[in-house]
Structures are given as C-alpha cells and as structure tokens.
Design a protein around this ligand. Structure first.
Ligand code: NUP
Length: 270
C-alpha cells in the first residue's frame, strides 16, 4: 500500500491526526524496565489513537552500536497498518542519498522519511523514486534558528519571496509520484498558513507542540487541508515521557487521548 493510502486509512480508522514521536530519553525511563519494553508498552497503549509514529534516529544513534538494534526493534513493534516516519533528515550527493534511501526503506522498512532540501533536487530524487514511500521535505522548521536562513527573502522573477515558500514551490514541482510532503513547525503558524495555501493538498508533518510551545489550535486550523486532513501533528516528549513512574504507559495514553480530542475539536467537519 502506498504511504498516503496507509496514512489516510489510519486517520480514518483512529479518527486521529496525531503522530507520536518515539524519541526515548533513557534517563526518563523507570529503572526496572528495558528500553524495548518501554517502547512496546507505549505503542500498545497508544496505537489506536494515532495516525502515525515518527522515530527520530538521533536518540537511537546516541546509544552507540546497540542503538541500531533498538531502532530496528522499535520499528518492528509498530503494527503494520500504521505508517512509520523515519525522522533522519537525510540528503547528500545522489550516490550517497541512494544508499540512505536503501537503508531506510529496504533494510529498516520505514514508510516515510524526512529529508533536507539544502543540496537540491539530485539529493532528494533517490528518495522520490521510492514512489510507494512518503518523502517529507524540511520546509519551515520549528526551531528558533529557522530564521537564520528559511525566512530570508530571496529574489525570484524580480519578486521577493521567503526561502521556505520557494522550498514549498519546488517540492510541488518535484511531486511527480504524489509522495511528497513538507515539514513545518507548529511554532510558526503564520508561515504554516501560507505554505498550506501554496500546497493545498500536500501532507504536512507538524512538530513543535508541547515542549516547544507551538499552538495546537493554529496548527490544526492553518495546517489541515479543506477536508480537515493532511496534517500530521507530532508530539514526542509530552506523550512518551508524560510520567517517569511505572504508570508511564497509562499516562502516555491519557496524554495522547487528550491531544487527539483537542485536535479533533478544531478540525473542519470530516
Ligand atoms: O522542524 C522540526 N522540528 C522538530 O521538532 C523538525 C523535526 N523533525 N522536529 C522533530 O520533532 C524533533 O527532532 C523531534 O524528534 C520532534 C519534536 O519533539 P518534541 O518537541 O515533541 O519532544
């Protein structure tokens, strides 16, 4: 099944736009539990409440050689009908990007990946060729430093346009297989609205709520399409580390349920 079909099916089935970010901080996990069990219990407690999971490679790579084992285990623990996004922010010369794409899609079997557009089309193209997988291009990120480059005004056809809108425009042009999405932070709702206007149907992965302070209502109102869909709203720490105690799984379910309800309350009718 293609990524977008899988995503739409889990959005419908779970009535949810939430993506839970599996970004485990081992110092916040109860002592008596292994990382694999922690991840298993979080997934078991939340898999009927999400439209996707996102695994950020950094937290696994930081564990050294064991990390790859846990990354593989985490991906395998997610039920097959729920799409899983590899948050790896890849992008390199074509030959290297081809190897990255093989690793993420063929060896690790992720449904989608985040990529960095800074090196241009040939760095993204090897991912796009995997037409059944989703490719999320960083467009306007949630961090304060996003302003350093992404909001710079660039001259195009004698008009000034912010760089992030040029990225959105190029991403549309590159979307020949219908598998491209964008990453836009919930911390910049105005930009999110402009990007949604430019790309009315593209899926947008929206991180930045919770600890980063993004506004949930504006993420939904400005980020969803005209049918109240196509926004994948990520929350990581706020959900998986809702409690440091033995009740972490129950608390993660409660946090996910609360967020799901809040998001659905702001969605257009569907
Ligand atoms: O612009 C981005 N902002 C962002 O936070 C792009 C991302 N991929 N992320 C990721 O989303 C970040 O690396 C982390 O994995 C997650 C947000 O985590 P949290 O702030 O909800 O804990």
């Amino acid at each position: 099944m293609k990524f977008l079909e899988k995503l739409n099916s889990s959005v419908n089935c779970n009535q949810s736009l939430i993506c839970i970010g599996l970004d485990p901080d081992t110092s916040l996990i109860p002592d008596n539990i292994s990382l694999e069990d922690f991840i298993r219990q979080i997934i078991e407690a939340t898999s009927d409440l999400v439209c996707a999971y996102k695994i950020n490679f950094a937290f696994f790579e930081a564990m050294g050689s064991e990390g790859y084992h846990f990354l593989h285990a985490a991906r395998s623990l997610i039920p097959r009908h729920i799409p899983v996004i590899a948050d790896a922010k890849r992008g390199d010369i074509g030959n290297t990007s081809r190897a990255y794409a093989r690793a993420i899609f063929e060896k690790l079997d992720f449904d989608a990946v985040t990529v960095n557009p800074y090196m241009g089309y040939d760095s993204i193209q090897p991912f796009l060729e995997h037409s059944e997988r989703g490719i999320f291009i960083l467009c306007r990120t949630s961090n304060p430093g996003a302003n350093d480059f992404q909001n710079l005004q660039c001259l195009k056809d004698e008009n000034k346009t912010p760089l992030y809108l040029l990225v959105a425009e190029k991403s549309r042009q590159w979307n020949i297989h219908g598998n491209v999405g964008l990453v836009v932070g919930a911390t910049c709702p105005e930009e999110l609205g402009l990007i949604r206007k430019q790309c009315p149907e593209m899926p947008i992965l929206i991180p930045g709520i919770g600890h980063q302070g993004g506004d949930v209502r504006l993420a939904v109102v400005n980020g969803t399409d005209s049918n109240g869909r196509s926004a994948i709203i990520n929350s990581s720490r706020q959900i998986i580390h809702a409690s440091r105690g033995d009740d972490f799984a129950i608390q993660s379910r409660q946090a996910a349920n609360k967020l799901r309800k809040e998001i659905n309350q702001y969605r257009r009718p569907f």
